[in-house]
Design a protein around this ligand. Structure first.
Ligand code: NDP
Length: 238
């Protein structure tokens, strides 16, 4: 096999228990990165760990509900102690909420959708910027969506959360112009996952790209040689 492009790099992936995050964690590990994988579903994280280890990679599991702000701070503390830096952050965990008329969106849904999709990434920026700056080429990636710019009836909460995420990350990226750390957004497009099945129940999933097809774009953006900053990079099916 050719030389691994992320050997020696430490990568934290959120939403790693299934879907896009699971595929991205595997793809980064296959390039030699040490993976720190987080989500709530322990069994699914253990399956990821097995897959990565049986392919010769390295993985550390951190079961965590991201709605717990203290958990994010503690995780940053553990990574600081063990590695003293973070090379790659893939802030990917997301929730869809209810697809429903705007006036019917409950406070609980707003809290969860804006919480996981927008506030959690803001907390990651707060907790991890110093560790990402300690890397010689820190790469922060955030999973956005076409819904951040398209305006569709019944998608108000999810769309608002992803539009705010774009604004958050692109504003932060402007603060990074003088350093080795970059921050970009990835729009994966419709992908064959549990979230997409909930969003579009009538659709044939086989028509959609599998997460393993989308993951190489994240790897490319995580490379130390990558120079883009503050962009929304869309996955295009080859
Ligand atoms: P899935 O529903 O398959 O996976 C979502 C992931 O987020 C799971 O690993 C889940 O883990 C994790 N997660 C959700 N809430 C929490 C929480 N409170 N604490 C910790 N982890 C949490 O979705 P996808 O893989 O499809 O989505 C990944 C990203 O891609 C999301 O940001 C989504 O908005 C975005 N996206 C997806 C598209 C698609 O078509 N699939 C299109 C455009 C964007 P667990 O439940 O184990 O905690």
């Amino acid at each position: 096999m050719s030389e691994k492009r992320l050997e020696g790099r430490v990568a934290l992936v959120t939403g790693a228990s299934r879907g896009i995050g699971y595929a991205v964690a595997k793809a980064l590990a296959a390039e030699g990165a040490q993976i720190i994988a987080t989500a709530r579903t322990t069994g699914a994280l253990e399956q990821l760990d097995d897959e990565i280890r049986s392919a010769g990679g390295q993985c550390t599991l951190v079961p965590l509900d991201l709605m717990d702000p203290e958990g994010i701070e503690k995780l940053a503390g553990v990574i600081a102690e063990r590695w003293g830096k973070l090379d790659i952050l893939v802030c990917n965990a997301g929730v869809l909420g209810q697809i429903t008329p705007a006036h019917q969106i409950t406070a609980k849904t707003w809290n969860e959708v804006l919480g996981v999709n927008t506030i959690v990434p803001a907390r990651f920026i707060r907790a991890f910027e110093a560790l990402l700056r300690a890397s010689d080429a820190g790469r922060a990636l955030f999973t956005s969506s076409g819904a951040s710019t398209s305006r569709r009836a019944y998608w108000a909460a999810y769309s608002a959360s992803k539009a705010a995420l774009d604004a958050l990350v692109q504003s932060w990226a402007k603060e990074l112009e003088d350093c080795a750390l970059t921050a970009n957004l990835v729009d994966p497009g419709a992908t064959r996952t549990k979230m997409r099945a909930k969003a579009a129940p009538g659709e044939d999933p086989e028509t959609l790209p599998h997460p393993d097809e989308v993951a190489p774009l994240f790897v490319e953006l995580a490379l130390p040689s990558e120079t883009r900053n503050g962009e929304i990079v869309k996955f295009e099916r080859g």
